[in-house]
Design a protein around this ligand. Structure first.
Ligand code: GLU
Length: 485
């Protein structure tokens, strides 16, 4: 087994965001390609904003997508626990180590003082960094003061005048000045570590070799490098993925539409669609191929080929891919997937055996070539389950008169009564109708017939529909239309 170990460390402060899911996917693919291990940790140092319901959503969504972690809070692993709130003791030791080495210190500035300082710096157009005077306080004095002044934080003593350099797998060499970092906080108290410290300790203790994460973490990386150095941890390799942008090229957010995997799932996108779509958010294979299954991606994905610039989220592409995957399903599979959406739309109770019949399969199969997501099924096929409602004007083909519409409906009625009483295939029905129409105007017969059956401006053609609905129901609908007229 290779020594490659990647991870994601989502914070359970919201449902799994598509950006985090993409990060998970890239970590997973990189690990799989190189025979490594993909670790899932839960980053809940922010106890106030973290919520177990979000942790559940994150784990459920990743499982649904098929991005299975080799080690996680669910499946465990050799470096458990994998949840930060269960790792307090470990952080404490390292905070103590930093304090003892004189590389961290207690800061007793109040929130108000820090805020005022920040405002002043911003007014002067300077970066709002905090270089803390308390870093010079004698350690024992600080320890004593910390006992009474409990609203302190513990900060890292960022060394002055250092250049911190690392080679990002995607972006190449990046250089940071330690003087532009400031004394950042690593813990609120001994037993409540903050993000920078916790993540560095977790990465070291879970033996992570490659950190693949969003571009928004680039500025954190020099801090993590300094902490690794101070704690004697190995330096992992880094790759920062491009941001996902909305169509207006600003960072993808709620105002662009839905952003969580759960919401896409509810809308009826398939997991394989989302996997394929996310893989192309910032990466492409360098060929024309666009449709990839997860196992295929694990072979062709190349982290070094991920682009630097932002990846624009293209909903048309998502819908196109979605249609591709829907068409790959067998009738039976697709029916099963559509049923909950259909029942929900029609407000039918939980599907019973009677409902899961051949009829629904035929209905679903008819829409399969056009369906973009499962949630469209109800609206598109309602007329197969209920008498359609429509404005009688819709029955009119071009400029034909109402009497002509009536004649057209009577014509269809006659054809069906005389020739389509027994079940017939679409091809047979089509042949019968076209022969009966002969040299006559097809539109004036077939348009009103189709509207009578569907109540819709656009739908599959009338022969497909009659094949499924059957002669009896077709005649019922024709009868009703005549009454409306
Ligand atoms: N918890 C962070 C996030 O959700 C991840 C931190 C990291 O990858 O280092 O963005």
């Amino acid at each position: 087994m290779s020594s490659i170990r990647t991870r994601i460390a989502p914070s359970p402060t919201g449902n799994l965001h598509i950006g985090t899911a993409r990060t998970a996917l890239f970590n997973y693919l990189f690990a799989k390609k190189h025979g490594g291990v993909f670790v899932l940790r839960i980053e809940d140092t922010d106890l106030e904003r973290s919520d177990p319901k979000y942790e559940k959503d994150i784990l459920d969504s990743l499982r649904w997508l098929g991005i299975d972690a080799d080690e996680s809070p669910e499946v465990g692993g050799p470096y458990a626990p994998y949840r930060q709130s269960d790792r307090t003791e470990s952080y404490k030791n390292y905070i103590q180590q930093l304090l003892s080495q004189g590389q961290a210190f207690y800061c007793f500035h109040s929130q108000k003082e820090l805020e005022e300082e920040k405002q002043k710096l911003l007014e002067k157009k300077l970066p709002p960094l905090h270089f803390c005077e308390y870093r010079e306080m004698e350690a024992r004095e600080a320890e004593t003061l910390a006992q009474t002044k409990t609203d302190h934080v513990i900060r890292f003593k960022t060394p002055a005048g250092r250049k911190i350099t690392f080679t990002d797998i995607i972006r190449g060499e990046l250089v940071f000045e330690s003087d532009l970092i400031g004394d950042f906080s690593v813990a609120r108290k001994m037993d409540s570590a903050l993000y920078h410290l916790a993540v560095v300790v977790d990465d070291a203790e879970t033996k992570i070799s490659h950190i693949i994460r969003g571009e928004d973490h680039i500025a954190n990386t020099p801090k993590h490098i300094l902490l690794n150095e101070a704690l004697g941890f190995p330096q992992p390799l880094y790759a920062h993925l491009p941001l996902i942008l909305g169509p207006d090229r600003s960072k993808l957010s709620k105002r662009h539409g839905v952003t969580s995997i759960t919401e896409y799932r509810e809308q009826g996108y398939l997991p394989e669609t989302l996997i394929n779509f996310m893989a192309l958010l910032g990466w492409n294979p360098g060929t024309d191929q666009e449709v990839f299954a997860l196992n295929e991606l694990a072979q062709v994905f190349d982290i070094a080929k991920v682009q630097k610039s932002g990846a624009v989220f293209n909903i048309e592409k998502l819908d196109w891919l979605s249609g591709e995957y829907i068409r790959k399903k067998t009738q039976e599979e697709l029916t099963k997937l559509c049923l909950p959406y259909l029942c929900d739309f029609l407000q039918f109770k939980i599907p019973n055996d009677q409902f899961q019949n051949e009829y629904v399969e035929k209905v679903v199969a008819l829409e399969q070539p056009r369906l973009k997501k499962l949630s469209e099924i109800g609206e598109k096929t309602e007329y197969f389950f209920r008498m359609p409602k429509y404005d009688k004007e819709l029955l009119r083909w071009k400029n034909i008169t109402e009497t002509e519409i009536l004649t057209s409906l009577e014509f269809s009625e006659k054809v069906i009564k005389s020739k389509i009483q027994n079940p017939k295939s679409k091809i047979e029905i089509e042949k019968i109708f076209l022969e009966a129409i002969g040299e006559g105007d097809k539109g004036s017969i077939l348009w009103p017939l189709r509207v009578v059956l569907t109540g819709k401006k656009a739908s599959p053609g009338p022969f497909d529909i009659i094949e499924i609905l059957g002669a009896e129901e077709t005649l019922k609908r024709l009868e009703r239309a005549k009454k409306i007229l």
